[in-house]
Design a protein around this ligand. Structure first.
Ligand code: PEP
Ligand code: MN
Length: 337
């Protein structure tokens, strides 16, 4: 932590700041310039609240040098986290595509879509069985029946599966059917759920909360890592901004920022990020160019009859086209897909 002192700070104020910081466990190194005095404070605890120093008289600013999250940080682990899901390797050179409907709606629907996405080259099948809907009157998901169908489709077409868990009491049930747990945006800071997912031995994908900073998002990952589950990936799915032309604003720069600050793989979800079918392909390609480790894309064979997120679901032909373009961009940046 770097403590910048106010110009004209008095000696007794400096002594008090140093004493307080030492009482908090820091060792202090003082640098005196012509105009400014800086204190370098070594030994920060990851949960130290820097405001404790910021409020002291004579302090102008305080900057953390180490990340507030430890296990999720690049400083803690230099090499990328690679997650194995059966024979799917996520976080290595290959860009992995997760595709499928927003929600599992029927056996026919999930089987049809599983075949489409498998044929086009997807490796993981998505489909919600417990849906976090804004309106209590909207379709809430098929629950366990949906999980059974998702698993059946995954097994039939040789796809791993991912589905959302909204509630800590459902972890055990969903565990029986899924390969990866999806933690939805609306639950990014559901701390009991994060802790529960830290205790399972299956990977977890944490979607970024709609108004979450990257620090908060990685702190959510830290919860799972600190509870013992190392197989964590994060998913950029757009954030709320003042812009209304798209459903959310796709924070593309989150991809290189995550790669710089963390060793965890990142997945890009241009479907929820844009909310409009014709914006999904360009943003998916941009995410690949920006270095994403995977894509999550909603696909539906009959989007006009979809029970949720039809307008942002790609048609089968569009998904096929997307996959072929992803391969071309991947090649340019020295990856494969
Ligand atoms: C979803 O993936 O269908 C979903 C509900 O996503 P999010 O949590 O990003 O809104
Ligand atoms: Mn959806």
């Amino acid at each position: 932590m770097i403590i910048i002192l106010e110009k004209g700070v008095r000696d007794e104020q400096i002594e008090e700041i140093i004493k307080q910081a030492e009482d908090y466990g820091f060792s202090i190194h003082r640098s005196t310039g012509d105009e400014q005095i800086l204190l370098g404070a070594i030994g920060i605890q990851s949960n130290f609240d820097t405001r404790k120093i910021k409020i002291l008289e004579g302090v102008s600013a305080v900057y953390r040098v180490t990340e507030p999250f430890r296990l999720a940080s690049r400083g803690y682990k230099k090499e990328n986290t690679v997650i194995n899901i059966g024979d799917v390797i996520l976080g290595a050179n290959e860009i992995i595509t997760i595709a499928g409907p927003c929600a599992v709606e029927s056996e026919k629907q999930i089987m049809t879509i599983a075949k489409i996405v498998k044929d086009a080259g997807a490796k993981i099948l998505r489909g919600g069985a417990f849906k976090p809907r804004t309106s209590p009157y909207s379709f809430q998901g098929m629950e366990e029946e949906g999980l059974i169908l998702l698993r059946k489709a995954g097994d039939e077409f040789g796809l791993a599966v991912i589905t959302e868990v909204m509630d800590p009491t459902r972890v055990e049930l969903i565990y029986k059917y899924t390969d990866i747990f999806q933690l939805g945006s609306r639950n990014m800071q559901n701390f009991p759920l994060l802790r529960e997912l830290g205790r399972v031995d299956k990977p977890v994908m944490i979607k970024r909360g709609m108004s979450a900073t990257i620090d908060e998002w990685l702190m959510a990952a830290e919860y799972i890592l600190a509870s013992g589950n190392e197989n964590v990936m994060v998913c950029e799915r757009g954030i709320r901004t003042f812009e209304t032309s798209t459903r959310n604003t796709f924070d593309l720069s989150a991809i290189p920022v995550i790669h710089q600050r963390s060793h965890l793989p990142i997945i890009a979800d241009p479907s929820h990020a844009t909310g409009i079918r014709d914006k999904v392909i360009p943003m998916a390609l941009a995410a690949v160019a920006a270095g994403t480790d995977g894509l999550m894309v909603e696909v539906h064979h009959d989007p006009s009859s979809a029970m949720s997120d039809g307008p942002q679901s790609l048609l089968p032909e569009q998904f096929k086209e997307l996959m072929s373009q992803v391969r071309r961009i991947a090649e340019v940046i020295g990856r494969n897909a």
